[in-house]
Design a protein around this ligand. Sequence first.
Ligand code: AMP
Ligand code: MG
Length: 427
Amino acid sequence: MTDGLIPPRLRNDCFAMPQGVEWVPVDEALALLRTRLHAVTGTEDLTTAAAHGRILAAPATARRSNPPRPNSAVDGYGFAHAATSEGVQRLPLVPGRAAAGQPFADTVPPGRAIRILTGAILPDGVDTVVLEEDCATDGQAVAFDGPVKRGINTRQAGEDVPEGAMILPAGHLLTPADLALLSAVGVAHVAVHRRLRVAVLSTGDELLPDPAAPAQPHQIFDANRPMLLALLAEWGFETIDLGHAPDDAVEIAARLDRGAHDADAILTSGGASAGDEDHVSRLLRDRGTLSSWRIAVKPGRPLALALWDGVPVFGLPGNPVAAMTCALVFARPALSLLSGAGWSAPQGFTVPAAFSKRKKAGRREYLRARLTDTGAAEVFASEGSGRISGLSWATGLVELPDGACTVAPGDPVRYLPYASFGIRPAG
Ligand code: AMP
Ligand code: MG
């Protein structure tokens, strides 16, 4: 394994907001992240078979054509088209046959035919194959109805991929289908990005990390950390669990230090606003390069973005609904860029609404949603950002535009399935 190219560090001011900006619309926030961040991972060589889910660091090129030689697409009889015509054709068979992996060594003379099986290289003299179901044979000759189309039931060399063709670009995430393609064209090794390492920290005096522990009335179980760690794992990143820190600057700093040492990026949740107990944002302001992005989004609001020892920190809100929404909408594309996979935008679908809503101008809204049997989007009854059950009830989000809008049942709305955020669909 080689550790290839080491990319440059992020610029210290990569999260800086232009002076005087109060509220940032979602699209502007995304555009800023997109222009300021870049891949931070080195590269390594892997065998193709081991590269599922990894990101190509360089374009992949076919070492061999697919198929490498012309071959038969069916089981049947092969011959030279030029020696056939209209009406019933009766061609004497040459002895032997052509099968996949068992090429026929001789030439098939014009006017004669050969038994040929799927995947067999076309012997010299053969350019056309008739399907065995369309033939009659007595073992000595084969008969079928003409005319047949020249080249029918054959595959040309390189018709799928010609040798030397660029088959997959740098930044491409390798799927099972890609492993088939790479293998078919003789690519045994690929240069991929090292997996992005992302650390997760929860903050808050009220949090109890272990849901099995006896809880005092003032304590709540940490819901964000398992959620964020699971999201990151679904996105193919290496995860580092920084545990939970109370609202204490020294404790939080110690964990951020560990995160900056071990990871390429850090997600925190809680303490990211500007209140008394918002130690994450205070610390990032004092010791990191904090930029508090007041994003015009609901649920969400301040997203604390900072570099801690050169490592980007995404300070997510504490409310689990806001934490997950911000992770999907902002952290995922940013992390994707850091990982070398390029920017990722979820694919949305326009579907009829199965709900009513009136919304004011100013903030883009994401509602927990799922599709009804008829493909309309229904939304969770409560919009409260503490309603974790709604996150779990939903199978995606409905995105309402920044401006004011009124939605009535049947109106088109934009539905973003969880799957389009890289989360495996349930069931
Ligand atoms: P904060 O952003 O720290 O002001 O937290 C906002 C709300 O989210 C508070 O009600 C917190 O108790 C809650 N909260 C913060 N972190 C978590 C977490 N990890 N799991 C569940 N709830 C949390
Ligand atoms: Mg808190």
